[in-house]
Write a protein that binds this ligand. Structure first.
Ligand code: 9MR
Length: 672
């Protein structure tokens, strides 16, 4: 938003809005990015550089139906039991590599990669090991086992589950009791990883566990702390395996967050033992999408081929039925692996409609969570236009600071919303971003460039970059996306203002949206490779009357679906701010109304309850809490949360001096 334009704006009265018609998209929709659709799981996963694997049982390799599917569909293999301690070293010092070799050699001759599973595990452990009570003996037994097995499979195993399932279920967040922990202490994991690195420096070393998929679980947090500690101290670890044995609902809604947060520590993440009770199409697709949305999620392994091969066969959790026929979940998995581009290109209906957004919304609002913190040199009246990502265990919020003397930016971070009010405000005018007019920030991580971007308005569309989001002093000086205002905007802006720049990328292109406070939403585009340069082809992406399509547009990818969501802030007939919403199957496509009218708004005081007291009638400029933090701006389909600006309904006077505060909406009518 522009500081020069606001006097009297909130008093504007607005004629009734023709809000239900689809927004106009001049010209033909741009073709979806090209992708060649593959017909098998492995080949489709390979298009994004990932593998799709399965657990294999040596005892089934004589079954032609089994091997037929194995060789057709999968490009990675994990021995289900054949590399476990009770098979390989049943008695001390006597190694039996036969069944493991059978799988390893077969995988090599079929061009499938091999995950080694597993070196140190409390289960399927012979009693001669679990009865050792002397630490020196156990240490040398463990180190010898790791070294012998890794030496034997050197060059054949791409990644090893060095330690499996060492953490306890429940609320402790601690390691479970096992002979290794009880005799060697909690340092046994570090010891195992160090031994593994020296045995085969080329293999990726993973920690593998179950029930670590839900981000807030104590077990997840315990494993996260361990990996963070290993990375901080230089203990060798390359990957975390999330087994992902899911119930019928599929992955928890935080699954992608968990994958991203582990990945952000500097490790690969892999889904290592996927199976889902009853194998719903949506649950499988959601799992795949979460992985595809995280650059360092390098592969997915299902824990068996046919339902009859599964350790949970009573729950029919796999992709092929007992006769080896593809189940519906096979198709949704294949489609999800192809990403949205393939589905758009073929025009196929989304098999993931179960995760689509509802067509009306209800919300509950917090009280004001963040207020301005003026100091001697920052006379601030309002905090506005928040942008937020959850990264590395913290919310990182960027916002405009406003007063009648001008606008600039502020950064704060906190680990949960109860601490938002007490967080330190870092004024970004003290950094290379500099003083002067900067407003309406948007933050995301560019995974290709490994850089954070802060997009904001300066009169032009500007950005700064930073390798470390938590370091406010790391931002570069502003640079402009455009050399000057694009012609089409100059021709349509009238008496409006060029505001609220927003960047979102799919796998091929990045798009820059902006508003003109005159009923137009603009869109420019460049390729992912050229970003942040090369924004051209500016078009009117949507238009309506001035107050019906005012400003503060947001565009997101909806997780687990082919939907993009557009929100635009409007001014209602009561003069108050609210949001309208549309969806599209393509960022360059035309937008269809979702909850797009004053009587069925996306978010307005009329569909928000205020259990802590009605502190605002405006639901104004803000951002969704995302499922990740990268340039795809992916949001969950369920239990949406929206950080917004609101203000005392009785406040008046100079628009720039209004007492804006930040509050959080939580969706109350989520159906999933
Ligand atoms: O699928 C495996 C099954 O055949 C074995 O009987 C079982 C023994 O514990 O192990 C199963 O695989 C497990 C894997 O090795 C580790 N994570 C949990 C898996 C399912 O129990």
């Amino acid at each position: 938003m522009n500081p020069l334009k606001r006097l009297g704006r909130r008093r504007a009265s607005v004629l009734s809005l023709l809000a239900v018609a689809a927004l106009v998209t001049p010209g033909a929709a741009t073709a979806a990015p090209d992708a060649v659709r593959a017909s098998t799981l492995g080949a489709q996963a390979a298009q994004s550089g990932r593998y799709f694997g399965t657990a294999v049982a040596a005892g089934r390799l004589g079954d032609g139906t089994y091997t037929g599917i194995l060789d057709r569909e999968f490009n990675s293999v994990t021995p289900e039991n054949e590399m476990k301690w009770d098979t390989i070293e049943r008695s001390r010092g006597s190694f039996n590599f036969g069944p493991g070799d059978q799988i390893a050699n077969r995988a090599a001759s079929h061009g499938q990669r091999l995950r080694g599973h597993t070196l140190v595990w409390h289960s399927q452990l012979p009693s001669w090991v679990s009865s050792i009570r002397d630490a020196n003996t156990l240490r040398s037994v463990m180190n010898n086992h790791i070294t012998q097995v890794m030496n034997h499979y050197k060059g054949k195993v791409y990644a090893w589950d060095v330690v499996n399932e060492a953490f306890a279920d429940g609320g402790s967040g601690q390691m479970r009791s096992s002979v290794f922990r009880d005799v060697l202490g909690t340092g046994f994991i570090e010891q195992a990883f160090r031994t593994a690195r020296s045995a085969d420096p080329a293999a990726k070393l993973c920690y593998n566990d179950y029930n670590i998929e839900n981000w807030s679980d104590a077990k997840t947090q315990g494993v996260y702390r361990m990996v963070r500690d290993f990375k901080a101290r230089g203990v060798p670890i390359d990957c975390v395996g999330l087994q992902s044995h899911f119930g019928a609902g599929g992955p928890p809604s935080s699954f992608q967050t968990t994958l991203s947060n582990f990945a952000a520590l500097g490790v690969d993440v892999q889904i290592t033992e996927l199976d889902i009770a009853q194998a719903s199409t949506a649950a499988y697709a959601n799992t795949v999408r979460a992985c595809l949305n995280v650059a360092r999620c390098t592969g997915i392994t299902v824990w068996g081929i046919r339902d009859s091969d599964s350790w949970r066969s009573g729950e029919n959790p796999l992709l092929f039925d007992r006769s080896g026929t593809k189940k519906p979940a096979y198709q949704s998995t294949l489609t999800a692996l192809g990403g949205s581009a393939a589905a758009q290109r073929t025009g196929a209906p989304s098999p993931r409609s179960a995760t689509a957004l509802p067509s009306s919304f209800r919300w509950s609002s917090s009280g004001p969570l963040v207020a301005p913190k003026p100091d001697a040199t920052h006379r601030i009246a309002g905090i506005k236009d928040p942008s937020v990502v959850y990264y590395n265990g913290k919310y990182h919020v960027f916002a405009s600071t406003a007063s009648s003397s001008g606008y600039n930016l502020v950064y704060l971070s906190f680990s949960d919303w109860s601490q938002a009010g007490s967080a330190t405000h870092h004024y970004l005018d003290r950094t290379a971003i500099g003083a002067g007019y900067r407003a309406a920030p948007q933050v995301f991580y560019n995974t290709q460039q490994r850089l954070w971007y802060l997009v904001y308005q300066t009169g032009n569309a500007s950005y700064s970059t930073n390798p470390d989001i938590s370091n406010p002093n790391g931002w570069s000086a502003p640079r402009n996306f455009y050399s000057s205002m694009p012609d089409i905007i100059r021709q349509n802006i009238g008496n409006g203002y060029w505001v609220d720049m927003w960047v979102i990328c799919d796998s091929a292109n990045c798009y820059l949206f902006s508003s003109d406070d005159n009923g137009h939403l603009y869109r420019s585009q460049t390729t992912v490779g050229q970003f942040p340069n090369g924004f051209t082809n500016t078009v009117i992406a949507a238009q309506d009357s001035k107050y019906a399509l005012f400003e503060a547009s947001n565009v997101y990818k909806v997780q687990g679906s082919n939907q993009y969501l557009l929100l635009v802030e409007a001014i209602g007939s009561d003069g108050r701010r609210y949001f309208r919403s549309w969806t599209s199957s393509s960022l360059a496509g035309s937008w269809s109304p979702l909850a797009a009218s004053e009587s069925n708004p996306f978010a307005k005081s009329s569909n928000v309850t205020f259990p802590a007291g009605t502190w605002t009638r405006d639901i104004s400029h803000g951002e969704m809490i995302r499922a990740g933090y990268d340039q795809t701006l992916t949001i969950p389909a369920c239990k949406l949360q929206y950080l917004y600006q609101g203000k005392d309904p009785n406040a008046g006077g100079d628009y720039d001096n209004l007492p804006w505060r930040l509050g959080l909406l939580t969706q109350t009518n989520s159906t999933c």
